[in-house]
Design a protein around this ligand. Structure first.
Ligand code: VGL
Ligand code: ZN
Length: 217
């Protein structure tokens, strides 16, 4: 699929919001659950964010012993999938544990005007990929209310990982009735069992636009 350019859609205006997903040490090289070349998004997102008046940061923020950690399930290894009460759950290495270095934002992420840091994944027995709902897809984080109250109607997404937290956030934002744009060159993915291709397919089928910021624009 050929991405369209951001400039074709977009004069960014006051009713647009950039949601920067999980740009945290554990998702970058050297972290506990590194997304290949995850750190490359940092300068791209810094430049992108400067064009938005409204920016939200999400932060994966798990208690020690979280249900999504393979270490919480004797005999299970990272990247295996188990059946959770709310559906299939991939088991991850311990990551983004509250107050750990890995949970901190990448040190070079520089978005002082971000108004909201939305933490997710705090409930011990349920994972939360999306910025809008926990993985049962029904327990809300409150982000929809925040965006609506602020009069924000177009959601632009960037960050980590393209095929998990960005994907789920895009799907939910679309379901909530926002116009959704995934800025694909400002994302990097994990790519487990074809999850990158599956993400592109699902987003296309839902009518979510995958666009390119491109550095020259
Ligand atoms: C993420 C796996 C586990 C993500 C978070 O940010 O995409 N992936 N927790
Ligand atoms: Zn997580």
């Amino acid at each position: 699929m050929r991405s369209r350019l951001m400039s074709e859609h977009t004069t960014i205006n006051g009713s647009d919001v950039l949601i920067v997903v999980d740009v945290q040490n554990d998702f970058c090289p050297g972290g506990a659950l590194p997304v290949p070349r995850g750190d490359e998004v940092v300068p791209i997102i810094n430049r992108l964010a400067a064009r938005f008046r409204n920016v939200v940061l999400t932060q994966d923020w798990h208690p020690a012993g979280h249900f999504s950690f393979a270490s919480s399930h004797p005999g299970k290894k990272p990247f295996e999938t188990i059946a959770a009460p709310y559906g299939p759950q991939v088991l991850w290495p311990d990551h983004c544990v509250q107050r750990s270095w890995g949970a901190e934002f990448h040190h070079a992420l520089d978005i002082p005007h971000a108004a909201l840091v939305l933490r997710k994944g705090m409930a011990r027995t349920i994972d939360s990929y999306s910025a809008f709902y926990e993985n049962d897809r029904t327990t809300p984080t409150g982000l929809t209310g925040y965006l609506r109250t602020r009069g924000l109607s177009r959601v632009f997404l960037a960050g980590l990982a393209f095929d998990f937290c960005v994907r789920y956030s895009a799907e939910d934002a679309q379901r909530e009735g926002f116009a959704v744009f995934v800025i694909e060159d400002a994302c990097r993915g994990i790519d487990m069992d074809g999850s990158m291709a599956a993400t592109r397919g699902t987003l296309a089928a839902l009518g979510v636009a995958c666009i390119a910021a491109l550095e020259s624009t």
